[in-house]
Ligand binder design. Structure first.
Ligand code: HEM
Length: 402
């Protein structure tokens, strides 16, 4: 690590050809210079980029760094000039600080405990088996994204929240637009408006006719319709796209490292560790931002009040000072403490649910299709752009010996 201050001038928009699972080389190089780099935002704001594990973790645990949307006026890739950004709408607690954040998160915590999520395991097993049956029946080849990675988390989050699965077309494609990194501004506004319209109908339906699900339970509180819409939006988007991309990119990573699934098939007791390693190695939720509320000393630098910092979770999870041979996928690794679910007050609310889904779905897929392999050369698998909030593959053609 050098003492000189490294500057990253633009965020990379693509990964290195042939390295779909590794963070872009510019970010890896930035971390090699040191855990914190200067980052001049396109609108001229002098911000910071944090790539080292310890510093990312300490920012996430520090209440002097805010998640409030209205403070994050600077876009890492686009110069929007001197714009006013409104606060997050009521209920969208990912982009709030305490005490507002806790007011929305608290009523949800009990619904996402380890115990509650374990109770869901059987249902996740059934949903997974149904999709593998359908894949097997249709015969090879298949697109693992549409046959496996998207429907499983989609059905699970719909059932948990009480969203009729037939309605998924009304919000899933829109959510893809928010998080997929390829939609233009007008498309994003249209997607947001359509989703809000759907959520308004949904909340009204739950109030009129409560059923046994999270959203209906929440209607029995002092939360307003607008707040419920915001909370439902966060849960639906965070609960679906992240897990869907972990399942698809995870399958791609496994099929690209055949010794790893072979080890997993041979030793089912590897499952918990294997899932944590895939989370660390892939870090599909790659970067988040925070804004300093006051001057903060960090890594020998002063982050001045009002300054925006970009936190790179994926380079933090590849930090050699924390993980030996960090760029190696090793399902046997004992690597507690990765940051794939974040850390601190915003640490992923749905992490136990995501774990149940992955612990069920990956082994079931590997068991059902012992000869599963890519149906196209790895270079032809279509990746989301690096600008996507959640990284992943667009489709994953696979085949097997029927
Ligand atoms: C493998 C899948 C998943 C990954 C990698 C993931 C990752 C993350 C990360 C990194 C954060 C923290 C964001 C920050 O630091 O600002 C987060 C927050 C969150 N996640 Fe997940 N997530 C996953 C699955 C889920 C699921 C299944 C749900 C279901 C409800 C969910 C709900 C949430 C919510 C509500 C938050 C906001 C928490 C808060 O602000 O207090 N996530 N997730």
């Amino acid at each position: 690590m050098g003492d000189s201050l490294h500057t990253v001038t633009t965020l990379p928009t693509a990964r290195q050809p042939g390295c779909p699972f590794d963070p872009p080389k510019e970010l890896i190089q930035a971390r090699e210079h040191g855990p914190i780099s200067r980052f001049p935002f396109p609108d001229g704001h002098q911000g910071w980029l944090i790539t080292g594990y310890d510093l990312v973790r300490s920012v996430l645990a520090d209440p002097r760094f805010s998640s409030r949307r209205e403070l994050m006026r600077h876009h890492p890739l686009v110069d929007y000039g001197d714009i006013e950004v409104p606060p997050a709408p009521p209920g969208e607690f990912l982009l709030m600080d305490e005490p507002q954040h806790g007011r929305y998160r608290r009523p949800l915590v009990g619904r996402f405990t380890v115990r509650r999520m374990r109770q869901l395991t059987e249902r996740v097993e059934r949903i997974t088996a149904d999709h593998l049956d359908a894949m097997e029946k249709a015969g090879p080849p298949a697109d693992l994204v549409t046959a496996f990675a998207r429907p499983i988390p989609s059905i699970v989050i719909c059932e948990l929240l009480g969203v009729p699965y037939e309605d998924r077309g009304r919000f899933q494609d829109q959510i893809d637009k928010f998080l997929g990194g390829e939609a233009g501004d007008e498309e994003l506004i249209a997607a947001y408006t359509a989703t809000q319209r759907y959520l308004a109908e949904l909340v009204a339906a739950k109030r009129a006719n409560p059923t046994d699900d999270v959203l209906s339970d929440l209607t029995d509180s002092d939360l307003t319709d607008e707040e419920l819409r915001g909370m439902a939006l966060i849960l639906l988007s965070a609960g679906f796209d992240t897990t869907a991309n972990m399942l698809a990119l995870g399958a791609f990573a496994l099929l690209s490292h055949p010794a790893q699934p072979a080890a997993w098939r041979a030793d089912p007791a590897l499952t918990d560790r294997a899932v944590e390693e895939l989370l660390r190695y892939l870090s599909v939720a790659k970067t988040f931002m925070r804004t300093a509320l006051e001057d903060v000393e960090l890594g020998g630098r002063t982050i001045e009040a009002g300054t925006t910092v970009i936190l790179s979770y994926n380079t933090a999870n590849r930090d050699p000072e924390r993980f030996a041979d960090p760029h190696v996928l090793d399902l046997r690794r004992e690597n507690g403490g990765h940051l794939a679910f974040g850390h601190g007050i915003h640490q992923c609310l749905g992490q136990q649910l995501a774990r149940v889904e992955m612990r069920v779905a990956f082994p079931a897929l590997l068991d059902r299709f012992p000869t599963l392999r890519l149906a196209v050369p790895a270079e032809e698998v279509g990746l989301r752009p690096e600008t996507a909030d959640i990284f992943g593959v667009k489709s994953l053609p696979v085949t097997w010996d029927a």
